[in-house]
Design a protein around this ligand. Sequence first.
Ligand SMILES: *Cc1c(COP(=O)(O)O)cnc(C)c1O
Length: 341
Amino acid sequence: MAKKDIDWHNLGFGYVKTDKRYVSNFKDSAWDDGALISDDTITISECAGVLQYAQTVFEGLKAYTTEDGHVVCFRPDLNAERLEQSAKRLEMPAFPQDRFVDAVVQTVKANIDYVPPYGSGATLYIRPYMFGTNAVIGVKPADEYQFRVFTTPVGPYFKGGAKPITIRVSDFDRAAPHGTGHIKAGLNYAMSLHAIVDAHNQGFAENVYLDAATRTKIEETGGANILFITKDNKVVTPKSNSILPSITRRSLLIVAKEYLGLEVEEREVYLDEVKDFAECGLCGTAAVISPVGKINDHGKEICFPSGMEEMGPITKKLYETLTGIQMGRIEAPKGWIKVIE
Ligand SMILES: *Cc1c(COP(=O)(O)O)cnc(C)c1O
């Protein structure tokens, strides 16, 4: 076994096929034993539930090499739990949480030569997902499902350092109250594509969505939760039932409290008060934290004092502490790091 001949430092964010993927099928009310296979293609009915009514949910996490040379992933038990919550909301069967973690471990082990080396900034992205496979034409849940895990190596999120981005307040809504904003489902992304293409065309990196009911409160962006830092160094993050519970955000709040001794507030955050914050960042598995320098609200610019050159100082401490924990340079809370090899 030898590492693949890949230019890790210049890897982008595209899909790169790796050797093995994990597949388990649900039929007659039970999951089969599951197996690693080589075929990267899927053959299903033209009338499959996923194709007609978007019955699909997913997860995203990373495997990477720590300073002492282990291949690990970060809190996969929380991805297992979240996939189950997402599946329930779309009337899909739960994939047992211990089997989820085992499937992730098996898939990473089978593709271990694609795990980028420590220090490269690259990682092996892991995508577990589940979808309805049998024919469904009347609107109802499928009876048969496939759970699958594939991996793909991805490059460093920030090439040449994390530069703050400008995001805009979107006129589109992401999630309705009592809707599906809190689950990780493809349907939440399909509807965001138009908004993101439009944002990019207007020169913005991302959309920040407001609560759909009153359009006065900050929710999150299309694929990341949002954090603010007050001028007196408190960490503030929006509370809402239509936000996806980011594992990165939940971990950062623990890091803020337990490692940095910062005060943390999870509460409703009004667009009107954003101008008073000192720093802002987007958090998710891909980047951990992307600093936000500016929010454009219909032509009115909200500029954070941390500016457009670098991460704000508290954001940076949060980022360095969490990535330090992930990479094994700082001792992790119990159960956060799952050693694969
Ligand atoms: C996946 C996702 C996030 C980030 O969650 P992590 O668990 O931190 O990767 C945030 N918002 C949305 C809408 C997401 O789909």
